[in-house]
Design a protein around this ligand. Structure first.
Ligand code: NZQ
Ligand code: ZN
Length: 392
């Protein structure tokens, strides 16, 4: 096991109706002038925004609002948010929504306290300070409620880029599984796929003797395989929603990845798809991740056999372990298909002729990525090509 620090300072507030306490938590973390940031309208339609406003008003907290965050959040709204926070002297940003809203709130939080262009932070500059943020989560997916990460798309050139800093970690995150019951099945499935991908990015490691995190990873994956079909069949299944919501946090606040090298190449390849086609991040991952697995499995066949046997219930073939590894990848892709996810370029709405553009935008040149298997530009192109024609 490698040396590590584990830092997850967020207060998680979990359960039915807990969003009605958001005013108390804003006060607890020093907020008196709040920006409520939200998305395209689901929080308005469900009545959630009204309840958040009531809770702030009850606690004597001034607030202003900025809605309209799109999935795959854009830099243009971030600039508006920074101007508004400065004008209104905002001292805490409350993100009411999913990963896109939270990531946009994080960008605004860092940008407000910075003299330069906030995009510097998405081009390699480290974030030292940010306004405090709080979260009321409405979709189990990105894990941004517990992570220090934020991903923003620059409209000019459609560049989707991430940044990470402990300064971006939410002070508190309210997780009410009931709020996720209004999600369309497709969004629920996209979220589930992203949660599983966050674990796989850590599960495929070159670090040996990390039994504790291996087993924690498997626990989250097994939970997702069991609970996702239950919420697709019955969107109001509170207990299944609750398990998925907590799994989404555990998958990405860092705890299942400590002390081990990680991969993240599937995320890198997927971000080019969602930048170009504005598809849901989880849907892009459903197309990319099994293709990535098929490309790299020979690097560590036994790790893929462990996934196959422990997570997807395959029988181990000791004579020919590669068949077990491939069976596990097949079962993963079948699972994704069964929950309504696309599994190839055509189903996602992606075009094979754009592969050179996506490879170019990754900017590898003659170099390679980091990760479980380091990928050259030609390797990346091959993974996209595998994804073009993938079938069950
Ligand atoms: O905008 P509204 O109207 O709210 O609709 C949203 C949106 O259309 C809808 N939705 C959310 N909660 C709902 C709901 N609809 C009905 N009922 C509810 N309760 O769902 C759609 C998707 O929302 P979004 O916030 O985009 O989803 P998600 O949480 O998957 O976030 C995706 C973004 O997060 C980034 C992705 O790249 C993508 O940009 N990621 C962020 C990470 C992080 N910060 O740590 C890590 C991830 O790997 C990921 O890259
Ligand atoms: Zn993700």
């Amino acid at each position: 096991m490698d040396n590590f620090n584990f830092y997850s300072p967020t207060e998680f507030v979990f359960g039915k109706g807990r969003e009605d306490e958001c005013g108390e938590y804003v006060r607890k973390y020093g907020g008196s002038r709040v920006l409520i940031h939200y998305g395209g309208g689901s929080a308005v339609r469900s009545g959630l925004l009204g309840r958040v406003e009531q809770s702030l008003a009850k606690n004597g907290i001034y607030y202003c609002e900025l809605g309209g965050v799109q999935p795959n959040p854009r830099d243009t709204l971030v600039y508006q948010g920074i101007d508004l926070c400065r004008k209104e002297q905002v001292d805490l940003i409350l993100a009411v929504g999913g990963g896109s809203v939270i990531d946009s709130a994080k960008a605004i939080a860092a940008g407000t306290l910075y003299d330069g262009d906030f995009w510097d932070f998405y081009s390699g500059k480290h974030i030292e300070k940010a306004l405090p943020i709080g979260v009321v989560l409405t979709i189990a997916a990105a894990g941004s409620e517990g992570s220090g990460d934020s991903v923003i798309t620059k409209e000019d050139g459609l560049l989707k880029r991430g940044t990470g800093s402990d300064a971006l970690r939410s002070k508190f995150s309210i997780l009410d599984p009931e709020l996720t019951q209004t999600l369309p099945p497709y969004q629920t499935a996209c979220g589930a796929t992203d949660i599983m991908a966050h674990v796989f990015e850590r599960y495929f490691t070159n670090t040996r003797e990390v039994e504790i995190t291996d087993r924690l990873c498997e626990a989250v994956l097994i939970t997702m395989v069991k609970e996702t079909p239950r919420v697709i069949a019955d969107p109001n299944n509170y207990e299944a929603r609750a398990n998925i919501m907590w799994a989404g946090m555990v998958a990405h606040n860092g705890i299942v990845g400590v002390g081990r090298s990680q991969d993240w190449n599937s995320h890198g390849l997927e971000h080019e798809l969602s930048a170009l086609y504005d598809c849901a991040h989880g849907a892009g991952l459903a197309v990319i991740m099994p293709a990535w697995m098929e490309f790299v499995y020979k690097h560590d066949v036994m790790r893929f056999c462990e996934m196959a046997v422990r997570v997807f219930g395959c029988q181990m073939n000791f004579e020919d372990p590669e068949t077990t590894a491939l069976e596990g990848i097949h079962r993963f892709r079948s699972f994704l298909h069964s929950i309504g996810m696309p599994i190839n370029f055509a189903e996602l709405g992606a075009r094979p002729e754009d592969i050179p553009v996506m490879v170019e935008k990754l900017g590898l040149g003659d170099g390679k990525t980091w990760g479980f298997v380091r990928l050259s530009a030609e390797d990346v192109a091959e993974i996209y090509r595998i994804a073009v024609d993938a079938t069950l």
